[in-house]
Design a protein around this ligand. Structure first.
Ligand code: DGT
Length: 259
């Protein structure tokens, strides 16, 4: 029953090269032999194994709650989001969610068009919703400085965005879209500490307060405010639970976030 559970992962394991592993399993089956017919291929078959990028991950996120996914670089945070999105198929375990996902990738991309086009992204313009999102993502001041405001074209010969503006437009696009589950991959890259803090408060905590959110972030302040924390280490769950339990059960946890 998913009425109160927006996201559930049960003992999920996944590998990026799983497709290759499956292909060779199939070839092996088709050859109808445990041992491949000749020595060379045998070596190739028997030495073939895949290293999971995520190992035995379990989590349970209720509707309207925020999960912070933390961990050092390469620990599997982005891969976890790709798996929830369906881009990375688990080899073991189960994933359940209610369907409509809005995803903002770690590096946001811009299409030719105006700033407004890049936020609406094909959806209808709703002034109240749009203004709320622009304000929460701290884009109001940036737009005010442009002669054409949000009608400024973003393409060759148009406005060149800073990394931080690009990141905030990407976040605004994801938030403007109506969804059951929001997956935000490191939404604060290229932002200064003050802007990051403001956007975390105004957008992720206030504007999105009733939304189910999975946010990749390793900032201590964010982990404290999240309803649940998943701390990954080498693709494994180092901790999953509330921030107070994290402090109690894994007092050394911050050493994992430095790398
Ligand atoms: P970050 O972004 O540096 O903080 O690192 P994480 O924690 O987001 O790690 P992640 O999931 O990007 O990388 C874990 C491993 O998965 C790493 O060995 C690279 C690999 N990987 C990530 N994305 C892809 C992908 O789209 N395709 C393939 N084949 N491998 C990927």
């Amino acid at each position: 029953n998913l009425t109160n559970t927006e996201l559930e992962l049960v003992n999920v394991t996944a590998s990026w090269d799983e497709g290759i592993g499956e292909l060779f399993e199939k070839i092996k089956q088709e050859n109808k032999a445990d041992d491949p017919p000749n020595g060379d291929t045998g070596l190739f078959f028997t030495n073939l194994y895949v290293t999971p990028v995520l190992k035995n991950i379990g989590l349970y996120l209720e509707k309207g709650k925020m999960l912070a996914v933390a961990g050092s670089t390469g620990s599997g945070k982005s891969s976890l989001l790709m798996m929830i999105l369906g881009e990375l198929v688990p080899s073991e375990g189960k994933i359940r969610h209610s369907g409509r996902i809005s995803f903002s990738p770690q590096t946001s991309w811009i299409m030719p068009g105006t700033i407004r086009d890049n936020i609406l992204f094909g959806l209808a313009y709703d002034e109240y919703r749009y203004t709320s999102v622009i304000r929460a993502c701290q884009l109001e001041e940036d737009l005010a400085l442009l002669p054409e405001k949000d009608k400024a074209p973003l393409k060759e010969g148009g406005v060149t965005l800073s990394g931080g503006q690009r990141a905030r437009i990407g976040l605004a696009r994801a938030v403007y879209k109506d969804a059951d589950l929001y997956l935000l991959d490191s939404p604060f890259t290229h932002l200064d500490i003050v802007t990051e803090k403001e956007i975390f408060e105004r957008c992720l905590c206030k504007l999105m307060s009733s939304k189910t959110r999975v946010v990749v972030t390793s900032k201590l302040d964010h982990l404290k405010r999240a309803d649940k924390v998943l701390l990954l280490h080498n693709g494994m769950c180092y901790f999953y639970g509330s921030f107070s339990d994290l402090q109690a059960q894994r007092p050394d946890f911050s050493s994992l976030l430095l790398g």
